[in-house]
Design a protein around this ligand. Structure first.
Ligand code: ADP
Length: 495
């Protein structure tokens, strides 16, 4: 192999990947390996940060080896990572003082309750853009400092570093020279003031996190340090959290552009531009990247159950053999037969925030068939997406012109067509759905001066644009039926 490349490191929740990207912006090769998930108690989820580093390094080396290239052929590295997962390490030994606490981990829920009781949640929402929740890093750092013997004393002496997975990997790659993160990752810690773009002293005080352990925060497209390997130094020059990286990889560079990732759940992110926007509809405000990989604002809404509802059809009800089978079955029926499925299996997230809601199927008659149930379940992914998009448009004060999609379930063309129909907005599916990794690669390429936003836009190939063919009247009638169904699932279980 000849030539020079960018490598994207994608440090996900279940695996580490290394992706080789050519200077033309094409994916040349991907290496991937899973690492261990630890569940020490109900509701607790941990990762071994040392293992993650080893697997990530192994994937990098394997990528070079299998493609027959040298470290010196890599012009720069971009990193994208699972967000919020928290690691604290000893800066002298380079060893974590505790396993990393994963974003899914609920152990700090009581700390969050205390913060809410003390009435500080309003300040936190207004300044970090986040609702107080165990999901974010802040209370996880506090838990580690409070529960590891001597940790507070070590932090006071300046012996400890805190970071999300990007910080940890960069620190390892630079042999401890860089303790840094980017704006998008910092904005998920619940410690970072996204209005002033500084760690928030008031919140640090409240959650008892010493400022000395925090990384320096930089733009996503900037120089984070040099990866020293095989006698060469490769610049690490692009970093973004996974959802923001996907938004960038989808070329959502300006205000009003949004992407939806259809995976187990759905993650919607909309670029809202250079001004902070406070949601009035239960969405989060978060930091994203503008066309130059510099900081801007975004609105984010998550849907808990999306592809998971299709897995439920397959594994729970056993009415389909595989997830892709749902496409042909749903396409073959003329209409939903008035069947509406609300997959509120784990309560409802944005914009309802009702944890007491539970799933339900409405409109059953003697004429209801398995296919209606399957169609209704697929449709629920599109309805839930519309709920969040409507909230975003209202908060942003501008309608969505186009929805860009990625994630496993966007391969389902029936679903994408129904999504366009129920939104009344075109839905654009890219050829390359590896948008998360491409975001990190693009950010690195921008810093290196290889690419700019125009080049990235022109490199992004569209597989298909789905345009609405539904009448306004039908859209309204279906969506009204959905809203009525949701209404009836709320507060189903007692508080
Ligand atoms: P994650 O990253 O959350 O693991 P993926 O992006 O890999 O998710 O997408 C997998 C999810 O998408 C699964 O929940 C699966 O049921 C669903 N899925 C995959 N292909 C299809 C399809 N063709 N139609 C509907 N759902 C699908």
């Amino acid at each position: 192999m000849n030539g020079k490349y960018i490598v994207a490191l994608d440090q996900g929740t279940s695996s580490c990947r290394a992706i080789l990207v050519s200077q033309q912006g094409d994916i040349v090769a991907i290496e991937q390996e899973e690492f261990t998930q630890h569940f020490p108690k109900a509701g607790w989820v941990e990762h071994d940060a040392e293992e993650i580093w080893e697997v990530q390094l192994k994937m990098f080396r394997q990528l070079l080896h299998n493609q027959g290239i040298q470290a010196g052929d890599v012009l720069g590295i971009g990193i994208t990572n699972q967000r919020e997962t928290t690691v604290v390490w000893n800066k002298h030994t380079g060893q974590p003082i505790h396993k990393a606490i994963v974003w899914q981990d609920r152990r700090t829920a009581p700390i969050c309750e205390d913060i809410k009781q003390s009435g500080h949640d309003g300040y936190i929402y207004e300044n970090t853009g986040l609702v107080v929740d165990a999901y974010f890093s802040g209370t996880k750092v506090k838990w580690i400092l409070d529960n590891v013997p001597d940790a507070r004393a070590m932090a006071a002496k300046g012996d400890l570093c805190f970071g999300t997975m990007d910080s940890w990997l960069i620190w390892k790659m630079t042999n401890g020279k860089s303790h840094v993160t980017d704006y998008t990752n910092a904005s998920r810690t619940m410690l970072y003031n996204i209005r002033t773009l500084e760690w928030d002293p008031k919140i640090l005080d409240l959650i008892e996190v010493p400022a000395g352990i925090l990384p320096r925060v930089q733009p996503s497209a900037s120089e984070f340090g040099l990866f020293e390997i095989d006698d060469v130094s490769i610049p690490i020059c692009g970093v973004a959290g996974d959802q923001q990286s996907a938004l960038f990889g989808q070329a959502c560079f300006s205000a009003g552009m949004a992407k939806n990732t259809y995976g187990t759940g759905c993650f919607l992110l909309m670029n809202v531009g250079k001004e902070f926007v406070q949601s009035k509809n239960g969405l989060l405000t978060t930091l994203c990247c503008d066309a130059n990989g510099q900081v801007c604002y975004g609105l984010e809404g998550s849907i808990f159950i999306a592809g998971a509802a299709i897995q439920w059809l397959r594994d729970g009800l056993q009415v389909i053999e595989s997830s892709p089978d749902s496409e042909n079955i749903a396409s073959a029926v003329a209409d939903n037969h008035d069947v509406v499925v609300v997959p509120a299996f784990a309560g409802l997230g944005a914009p309802y925030w009702n944890m007491y809601a539970r799933g339900a199927i409405f409109g059953l008659t003697r004429g209801t068939e398995r296919s209606h149930l399957i169609k209704g379940t697929l449709d629920s992914l599109a309805y839930q997406t519309r709920d969040v998009i409507d909230a975003m448009a209202e908060d942003a004060g501008q309608p969505l012109e186009m929805l860009k999609v990625d994630g496993g379930a966007c391969a389902n063309s029936y679903l994408m067509q129904f999504q366009a129909d129920i939104l009344g907005t075109p839905v654009e599916r890219p050829e390359v759905i590896e948008t998360t990794a491409m975001g990190a690669a693009y950010l690195a390429g921008i810093t290196l001066g290889l690419w700019n936003s125009e080049l990235i836009e022109s490199n992004r190939k569209v597989d298909r644009v789905f345009k609405s063919t539904m009448s306004e009247e039908e859209r309204k009638s279906l969506y009204t039926q959905w809203k009525k169904a949701v209404e009836r699932t709320l507060d189903w279980v007692d508080a």
